[in-house]
Design a protein around this ligand. Structure first.
Ligand SMILES: [Cu+2]
Length: 107
């Protein structure tokens, strides 16, 4: 019984180690009460940011120079992958007071 548990845990750890090299990790940003939480995140190239909108109204994650524009409907989520390193400031087009930053830094 104990041996079987050990084998299962070892398998899970292997999966966790292999997953990042297969297209990056998923990093979640919550949207709640008209705010990105956390507003400032750091990810690695290839990671995907998922915005989870917990508000009852629509939002967007729009890059400051509009290089990308992600619609995040009320109570839905949306994802964007960041293939390259850089610093990306974004805001919500509907509520410009909502701002955030994604730092993409290779380890
Ligand atoms: Cu908004």
């Amino acid at each position: 019984m104990r041996g079987a548990m050990g084998a299962t845990l070892a398998g899970l750890f292997q999966l966790a180690l292999v997953f990042p090299s297969q297209g990056g990790e998923l990093v979640r940003v919550k949207i709640t009460n008209l705010a990105f939480v956390p507003a400032d995140i750091t990810v690695q190239p290839g990671d995907t940011v998922e915005w989870v909108n917990e508000d009852f109204i629509d939002h967007t994650a729009t890059e400051t120079s509009e290089a990308w524009d992600v619609a995040i409907p009320a109570e839905k989520s949306a994802q964007l992958q960041f293939p390259r390193a850089g610093t990306f400031s974004y805001y919500c087009r509907i509520h410009p007071g909502m701002t955030g930053t994604v730092h993409v830094i290779a380890k």
